[in-house]
Design a protein. Structure first.
Length: 119
């Protein structure tokens, strides 16, 4: 576990982009903010922007994979399990074979949406 200041970058060593078949990115934090992703999260391979999520409005998130993007409405997310915690949990997952992506916020899931196949 480590803490990161706002605007900071975290680097992980990874395989080359063509070898990536799926990505799941989760953030968990203790905050008094309504949402944790205020600005953007970005995953790059070299200088190529491969995976990018941003809040396009207070209730919409836009996920970009390679050159394609899809928008998720937070208000339409379905409760899967009841979560009563001060901790906020935000996850996004994408599968390259199907091109499907999904958001998970505090035990609520979005519908799966197609965004981009392959890498």
């Amino acid at each position: 576990m480590f803490s990161v200041m706002p605007g900071a970058a975290v680097r992980f060593r990874s395989v080359a982009l063509p070898e990536v078949t799926a990505i799941t990115l989760c953030l968990r934090g203790l905050t008094d903010k309504r949402w944790m992703i205020d600005d953007r999260l970005q995953l790059m391979f070299g200088k190529r922007n491969a995976f990018y999520i941003t809040a396009s409005s207070p209730f919409e998130y836009q996920l970009q994979v390679a050159e394609s993007y899809v928008t998720f409405d937070v208000n339409s997310m379905v409760p899967v399990q009841e979560v009563r915690s001060a901790w906020k949990s935000r996850c996004v997952t994408w599968d390259s074979d199907s091109g499907m992506a999904q958001l998970w916020f505090d035990g609520r899931m979005s519908v799966r949406k197609g965004v981009s196949r392959g890498t």
